[in-house]
Each structure stands twice: as C-alpha cells, then as structure tokens.
Design a protein around this ligand. Structure first.
Ligand SMILES: [Zn+2]
Length: 303
C-alpha cells in the first residue's frame, strides 16, 4: 500500500503474474468512510489496509470502472465486512455485474472463478455525472471503447487532478463489447483534460500530465494496430514490430515480449525484432501467449 497524494492510496499494485486489477482507496475523512476504486478478483490483497490502520468495514463505497470480472469479482466479499456498502457502475455494464454470469471470459486466469452477483446502488447514464461522497466529488466520465460501459473517475484533491481509469490501456477491439472508434473518441476526450496523475487498472500510476498524455496517445496507436493484426492481417510483421515497440515504450513489457515472440516466430531473421527482444528481456517479464490466442479466437471468425 502506497500513498499517491494525501488520503489516496494504491492498495493493490500491478503484478503481471497475479490476476486482478490495481485497486485504489480514497479516505474521505468523513462519515462516508473509505471509497474503493475497483476491487479485483479476491479480497486478500485488499486486507493489507488493516495493517495500515484502516478497517475493511469502513469501506462504504465501491466505484467500479467497467464490467470485466478482474475489476469487480470480489465485490460480494466486501459485503461481508459492510452489508450496506454501495456499488456504482455505468448502466451499460450493469448486467455483467448484477447477474450470475456464465463462464464468458477469454482469460484462462478466470476460467473457474465463482462469482456472486451484487446490486448497484447507482448506475451512471450520462457523461460527466457527479458522484458526491463526503466532501469529495468524483466526476464520472463515460469512456466507451474497451467496454461500452467503461467509466473513468476524475477526482481533484490536494491540488492534483487524478483519474481512476480502469482499463484505459486495455484492448479495444471490434469484437464482443469492444469498439475501436468509440475508444479513440473517448481517449481524445481524455487528452483534452490535464490529468496530473493517472491511476490505472494494470500498470499503476502514470505521472506527470505530459507523460499521461503520451501514455494515452500510445494506447490509441496500440489499439489501432491491434485491430489490424487481430481482424485483418495477423501476419503483418511491420505492424507487429510497431506493437512490440509501442508496448516497450509504454513499459508494458509482458505485452512487448508477447508481440516480439510472435513476430520472431513468423520472421525469425527480423533483426529489429531480435534487438528489441534483448532489451525487453532485461526487464524479465512473464511470458504469455495472449496475442496468438486472441488471433486464433477472432481472425477467421470475422472473415
Ligand atoms: Zn477490462
């Protein structure tokens, strides 16, 4: 657990080998207690707050960024500590959170996960709705693209503008609930806001504002290229190299490794790919085969 600005903490930092998203907590210093942003898949990582002098029963609000289970799976566990906890999400992702779901995830991490549905206290409908908790105001920005009901929560506190953005860098592919055009529009909207600190779902904290903007623009390019690879031409080595490079620059090393390995499988003599692979390996990222699986599951289907 680490303080980001006064009264705002990252509870569960990014760990590529562990399922579940990054989790953040805001102490309202009022009778409204603690606000959690996303909860992840399991309650155990959240329990660290008790070592820091906080109480799990004081978590009175949980803001869900979107309807992917790695962000809200453990909601029902929170209810064991506080039966009156209030959950919030966008109405377009509400069904995924409020219904007992069939096993629908692409990710084998979650294959056998048992989910108990919860009820949302409020479902956001419009863009820029304000959620007032204690003295704090969370502005709920609707940022469809990764899912149709993705939300980012903007909070101004301690002279800083923080954005809790869930899977802002997550994939936005024109399959299932994703939509690239929506994603690009949503990201364009975010680049128009000066965000001092980006608290995001799988890569921790990005700051200052200049770096946040670069990060968002990098992921716009990433997702444009990814759509091309997954849906149009999985053998386009130039784009694969670009994807590996963008991921490397964004310090998303496990993804960079994945693209680079796939590139070198298609084109073992690709010297730029070989050089990049050496640089990626210095960071010792875990190995996934996510890209190949994504292509296998979607390329022929879309044709
Ligand atoms: Zn997601």
């Amino acid at each position: 657990m680490m303080e980001i600005v006064e009264n705002v903490y990252v509870v569960k930092p990014h760990n590529p080998t562990e399922p579940g998203c990054c989790v953040y907590i805001v102490d309202t210093k009022s009778k409204d207690g603690l606000v959690l942003i996303d909860v992840g898949l399991y309650i155990e990582p959240i329990q660290v707050i008790e070592k820091e002098g906080f109480n799990l029963k004081d978590i009175k609000h949980c803001l869900i960024t979107h309807g992917h289970i790695d962000h809200f799976g453990a909601c029902h566990e929170l209810k064991k500590y506080n039966a009156d906890i209030k959950f919030y999400a966008h109405e377009q992702d509400a069904d995924k959170i409020e219904q007992k779901r069939p096993n629908q995830s692409l990710n084998p991490f979650f294959a056998n996960y048992e989910y108990e549905p919860i009820k949302l206290a409020r479902k956001f409908k419009a863009d820029n709705e304000i959620l007032k908790i204690g003295q704090l105001e969370f502005k709920c920005l609707h940022i469809p693209g990764h899912t149709s009901g993705s939300v980012a929560y903007l909070l101004e506190t301690g002279n800083k503008r923080l954005l809790f953005a869930g899977d802002l860098p997550g994939i936005a592919i024109n399959i299932s609930d994703g939509n690239l055009d929506d994603y690009l529009k949503s990201m364009q909207k975010l680049t128009a806001i000066e965000i001092d600190i980006l608290c995001e779902g799988h890569e921790d904290i990005i700051k200052p504002a200049e770096k946040v903007n670069k990060f968002i623009k990098g992921y716009m390019k990433f997702n444009e290229n990814l759509n091309h690879i997954v849906l149009e031409n999985p053998y386009h080595t130039k784009i694969l190299l670009d994807l590996a490079l963008i991921s490397y620059e964004l310090e998303f090393f496990e993804t960079a490794l994945d693209f680079c390995n796939y590139l070198l499988e298609l084109d073992p003599d690709n010297s730029s790919g070989s050089q990049l692979l050496k640089k990626i390996k210095e960071h010792d990222p875990p190995k996934f085969e996510f890209v190949k699986r994504l292509i296998k599951e979607n390329f022929s289907k879309e044709k």
